[in-house]
Structure formats: C-alpha cells, structure tokens
Design a protein. Sequence first.
Length: 81
Amino acid sequence: MVELAIPLMMAYLLPSFIAIMRGHRSWWEIVACNLLLGWTVIGWIFAFGWSLTARQSGVTVSERFHDSQEADPTRRWVTRR
C-alpha cells in the first residue's frame, strides 16, 4: 500500500514541486491551488499549467545612446524591464 501511496502523493504535488523548483513568482498561490483544488482534477490541471507558465525575469537591460550631440547627460541611459 505504501508503495502506491508515495508515488501518488508525489504526482498530486507535482505542480507545487515544479513551481518551487522553477522559482515561479506565484509559487505560494500555485501550492495553495494545488492543495485545495488539486483533488478536483481540473484544479490539478490548472495548477500544473500555471506552474509551467513563464516566471518573472529579474533581468534589467540598459541601453546607452551613442548620440554625442545630445546636450542633456541625464537622458543618456534608457532602462527597460
């Protein structure tokens, strides 16, 4: 019986494991959805799909204008998220 219970529990919590391992920005909400609604199968599928969505990037890209004619030095950097 235990041989079956452990793999089933791991499969049930798979969306939570994926979200935590990927560092998903909504990992806590995914775990809650998985625990509270996972038994409905639709809730498990929703949590699984959500755990695979893109996570928020922490990278900020800065570009420098190469226009030497610009008079205002404060406008030389543009930051995009």
